[in-house]
Design a protein around this ligand. Structure first.
Ligand code: ARG
Length: 509
């Protein structure tokens, strides 16, 4: 059969070459380079399914698989490069197979498939791996926080509201707060993983196909949980990417808040944390400077990830159903978001682990500005049966008087006198105990409170949850490996000359 000679695999209806500007404008090979291995695996699964469904012959399959394997090998060795004039990863890989196996055989690979479902397969496989990697990085960071929590369940520091001293908390309590929020980030990532772990292959261009393909088989070969059930919907949608970008955005929010806290904790004014020299930077002009650039860059890069989420949402909102080339633009923001988040997760464990906490300064600050006032009011409620609102008024009055005198609760005699004036007689030792921040800390035994007992309980509970999540991540990685190995076992058997009907694989079950 004669075909119109054209350089493009889709060139049949075209009578002239694409302008070089148009070529450069539309191609995505640089971005697509992260997808090569996924595109090849997707193609292998597709070809095996075609042969199994008797849409292509065993011999065609053998040839196609041989050249797909070689494509990967040559790509790894730098012999096969993605050429911009072939537009994208899909056309490059398919062309490689056609060049090797010939059009008669290699030209059959694209039966019952479109680049529209192909690009989705690649992106689903990519997102899946990246989410697992991000989760692993985050559990590592959580463990550093849990280390701080175990060492500092009794280390008092001021807790803040409105950036004003509020109540004593422990450094361990602060650390567990981050783990508590990161555990939610991990859950959001897990939900995003589930959405990404569905098979779009077989949706073809938008409408499915008239070939009797087996979408369940490619689902197994690619290690997906299930098949994506609607062809037009899956081709049109990128919510698995939007969900991922949202999970990454919130995670960056939390990392950025950590950055912000460490930045002002290391100021001269606060002085409650000191960065290790290995994780700080200097000034080109001011010799004395030691700057928290890592924390600032975590904070500073957060906006990039938000921007990427907004980029995608804006892209999607005006798209009619079906494939639109706008969708090609889903990848740069996704790549960058994972890169930013993972680089933060790579640096932060070491950064935090080496940060020294100035516990004396924390204790000093804790006593400097009436942080135990609420505890004093609580004491009056308990000991004297006075309604809390009245105790609040009494203690507030005492604080106001002390402030006027330039004194604090550390001036015990003064505080005692002021209580006495209001008809409350306490011994100095009794008052000292009530106003002691450690005492306040120990008393906050309510569920989720700052008492050492609760911090220890949360530390072990969170630790167990993290171990569970790590085990789930491992299981997911194993599932992916099993599917990959199964695909490759079939490839080996086919290469060894076995007919696909006689290949003995659990995938057929
Ligand atoms: N490079 C494209 C993308 O990333 C692949 C799909 C192209 N499909 C098409 N009909 N032009 O979305």
């Amino acid at each position: 059969m004669s075909t119109t000679p054209s350089k493009k695999l889709w060139g049949g209806r075209f009578r002239s070459e694409v302008a070089s500007g148009a070529q450069g404008f539309t191609q995505s090979t640089e971005i697509d380079s992260r997808l090569v291995a996924y595109d090849i695996w997707g193609s292998q699964a597709h070809a095996i399914m075609l042969a199994r469904a008797e849409i292509i012959s065993d011999e065609d399959l053998r040839q196609i698989l041989t050249w797909l394997d070689r494509a990967q090998e040559d790509y790894d060795n730098g012999i096969f490069n993605l050429k911009p004039d072939k537009e994208d990863v899909h056309m490059n890989v398919e062309s490689y197979v056609i060049d090797g196996a010939g059009i008669e055989c290699g030209g059959k690979l694209h039966t019952a498939r479109s680049r529209n479902d192909q690009v989705l397969v690649d992106a689903h496989l990519y997102v899946r791996d990246q989410i697992l990697q991000t989760q692993s990085g985050l559990t590592r960071l959580c463990r550093v926080f849990l280390g701080i929590a175990s060492n500092h369940a009794e280390t008092v520091m001021p807790g803040y509201t409105h950036m004003q001293h509020a109540q004593p908390i422990s450094l361990g309590f602060w650390a567990t707060a981050y783990v508590s929020m990161f555990l939610r980030d991990l859950k959001r990532l897990k939900a995003a993983f589930r959405l990404a772990n569905m098979n779009p292959l077989g949706a073809c261009a938008i409408a499915g196909t008239s070939f009797s393909i087996d979408r369940h088989l490619t689902t197994k070969l690619l290690g997906f949980d299930s098949v994506h059930r609607h062809a037009l919907d899956v081709i049109s949608s990128r919510d698995f990417i939007a969900e991922t970008l949202f999970a990454l955005s919130l995670l960056m929010t939390n990392l950025s808040r950590l950055g912000e806290e460490t930045i002002y904790w290391t100021t001269h004014e606060f002085g409650i944390a000191v960065l290790d020299d290995a994780y700080a930077t200097g000034s080109s002009i001011m010799p004395q400077k030691k700057n928290p650039d890592i924390a600032e860059l975590v904070r500073g890069r957060c906006g990039r990830v938000y921007g990427e989420l907004l980029d995608l949402l804006t892209n999607l909102k005006g798209l009619p159903l079906g494939y639109n080339r706008d969708l090609q633009e889903d990848k740069p923001p996704l790549w960058d978001a994972f890169d930013v988040v993972q680089s933060c997760l790579n640096i932060l464990p070491g950064f935090l682990e080496t940060t020294r906490f100035n516990t004396d300064r924390m204790a000093e600050l804790c006593n400097a500005n009436f942080a135990t006032a609420t505890e004093l009011a609580n004491f009056l409620v308990r000991e004297y049966g006075i309604p809390f609102r009245e105790c609040h008024e009494i203690v507030g009055g005492i604080v106001g008087d002390l402030v006027k005198k330039g004194a604090t609760f550390e001036d015990l005699d003064e505080t005692r006198n002021l209580l006495q004036l209001r008809g409350i007689c306490l011994s100095t030792s009794e008052l000292r105990a009530v106003l002691d921040s450690k005492h306040a800390l120990r008393g906050s035994l309510s569920l989720g409170g700052t008492s050492p007992a609760e911090v220890q309980r949360m530390t072990s509970e969170f630790g167990a949850e993290l171990a569970d999540i790590d085990a789930q991540i491992l299981l997911r990685k194993e599932e992916i490996d099993v599917a990959y190995n199964q695909t490759h076992q079939i490839i080996e058997e086919v290469a060894a000359g076995r007919a696909i009907a006689r290949v003995d694989s659990p995938c057929w079950a």
